[in-house]
Design a protein around this ligand. Sequence first.
Ligand SMILES: Cc1ncc(COP(=O)(O)O)c(C=O)c1O
Length: 384
Amino acid sequence: MNTPVGRPRAQARIDLAGLRNNVEVLRSAAPTAQLMAVVKADAYGHGLVECSRAAVAAGASYLGVALPEEAIELRANGIDASILAWLLQTDSPAQWIELVERDVDVSVSSLKGLECARIAAAESGTSAKIHLKLDTGMGRGGSGMAEWSRLLDEVSRAVSENSIEVVGMWTHLAFADQPAHPVVEHQLELFAEGVAQAKRQGITPLLRHVANSAATFRTPSAHFDLVRPGISIYGLSPGAAVGTAEELGLQPVMQLSGAVTQVKPVAAGQGVSYGHDYVTQRDTTIALVPLGYADGIPMGATNVGPVVIAGERQVVAGRVCMDQIMFDVGDADVHEGDEVVFFGSGAAGEPTADDWAQVTGTIGYEIVTRIGARVPRVFADGSA
Ligand SMILES: Cc1ncc(COP(=O)(O)O)c(C=O)c1O
């Protein structure tokens, strides 16, 4: 006898056709620039290797990652597109060697980083391809304006020794999601100044890059030679002032779903979950769904997280637990095994990850990126 296979406890369905659509939308927003698909953090929770392949198939000429191990995983899976890795440790030249040996471009923000790139070039018998990062106002990674000239001097020396090749020069915007903010313009001016200074010192990078998703859509003067979008590749809005996903022509790529695992009648006045933050107002039915904060459901969804169960909107009742959440489904026709859609494209009336972000007081980036490793990603290539 065949045992019936139930609905999965939880799954994140990843629509690769949607992802390719989004890459195309972004490419047409910046038609004169190349596109680097930012696939760090497991492609914002969507699956590093599969999403990278789909992005390259849709015309991305670069992949951007933060960590060395992300770049190594891409190469180990046979992905030979250009890759930039930008969060390397300068106390670990071994990381730099591993990347240069695998033909991964590395970001350099300091003399120490440059030294690591030189060591990597010498050890691997090739030149290191670097992208010089300038901090024009993000106050995060990158050379300070004050150290830039000194860094450029040392870079010139390394270039003349053939140990490094300056492929790129780049910076990151602090207010790209507020396109009219004066800091955007100011950062672009400082970037232009930094590039001009490099030119005067004989360094002309092929690829100047600045624009994340928001600037790709809203700040054409930041497009330069390559744009570097992340969140919009996955179909989410980079910010309310930029536009909703729908307005931008983006298709949310991840659909998070689960299954009802218990349905039971409870009396009026029953407290639900830790601390009884929710109390039933009438005799009702509670449906239990086995996903919780260990799966990335935010605690902030307590009493506000929207889902669709058996075709009807419901809202989380009571505190989110580690592995479970509850819904007061009243008289709705809900059964064990019914599908629960947390978020998706919105096309069938289900909430989107951006809706989840709004009701839980965060950003769509965090909603999708935090979906836990124990939620299997299931890749689909169409609307089926
Ligand atoms: C350096 C850098 N560039 C580009 C991006 C992509 O930004 P977004 O996801 O807003 O498009 C990120 C993401 O945080 C980043 O850290």
